[in-house]
Design a protein around this ligand. Structure first.
Ligand code: DX5
Ligand code: ZN
Length: 219
């Protein structure tokens, strides 16, 4: 079954609690929480205090850290209540150690790859992560157009995981909507982040049902 993680970045910031409950009722599986530091990406979003509040709501938090030296903050994000913590392979000099740190803090460990990053860097940390996050836009902003060559990485990563008998989640983030979801699932994605398309949809429940349905067709 495909998991859907609405990106809080596209929610109404004046009503975050209500927005989280709305997407939870609509069938979301996780709350995707985009942390930006103005250094790794050219934008600043929200951080620990907001995550701590959001984690009290009914969805597990999938924290996507778009920050340099994420290892400095892993323990704090775990304490704040994140269930999944994903760091960018490009943002740390010690990916292997950072992933071990995430698991030691009791969370699922994720590795994110920018559109221009080769999936090869996953090969040497296979077994150390629970989730690979394929960015299909350059991180920093919601509402961008999907970058097609990045989509091709999904199948490559699925092949690599299968050969290693590793059942990690493949999450895709950037430009996901009802039209793009089927090709992502077909290539092996098992979790989809959706920001602007989901929060902007006239009916969030329908949107989530339609996205999940493309996973069932595959089975
Ligand atoms: C971008 C973020 C995404 C973003 C996705 O840096 O990582 O999670 O919110 O937004 P959409 O779904 O609008 O592309
Ligand atoms: Zn994200």
């Amino acid at each position: 079954m495909i998991k859907v993680a609405p990106s809080l970045l596209a929610a109404d910031f004046l009503n975050l609690g209500g927005e989280i409950e709305r997407v939870a009722r609509a069938g979301a599986d996780y709350l995707h929480f985009d942390v930006m530091d103005g250094r790794f990406v050219p934008n600043i979003s929200f951080g620990l205090p907001v995550l701590k509040a959001a984690a009290k709501k009914s969805l597990p938090v999938d924290a996507h850290l778009m920050i340099v030296e994420p290892e400095k903050y892993i323990d704090e994000f775990a304490k704040a209540g994140a269930k999944i913590i994903t760091v960018h392979a490009e943002a740390t000099a010690h990916l292997h150690r950072a992933l071990q740190q995430i698991r030691a803090a009791g969370c699922l460990a994720g590795v994110a790859l920018n559109p221009g990053t080769s999936p090869e860097c996953l090969r040497y940390v296979l077994g150390e992560f629970d989730l690979a996050l394929v960015m299909t836009v350059n991180p920093g902003f919601g509402g961008q157009k999907m970058i097609m060559p990045a989509v091709e990485k999904i199948a490559e990563i699925r092949g690599m995981l299968n050969r290693a008998r590793c059942d990690a989640i493949i999450e895709v983030d950037g430009g996901v909507n009802e039209q793009t979801a089927p090709m992502l699932v077909e290539r092996g994605a098992t979790m989809l982040v959706a920001g602007s398309a989901l929060f902007g949809a006239p009916d969030a429940q329908k949107f989530i049902e339609n996205v999940k349905r493309c996973g069932m067709k595959k089975m």
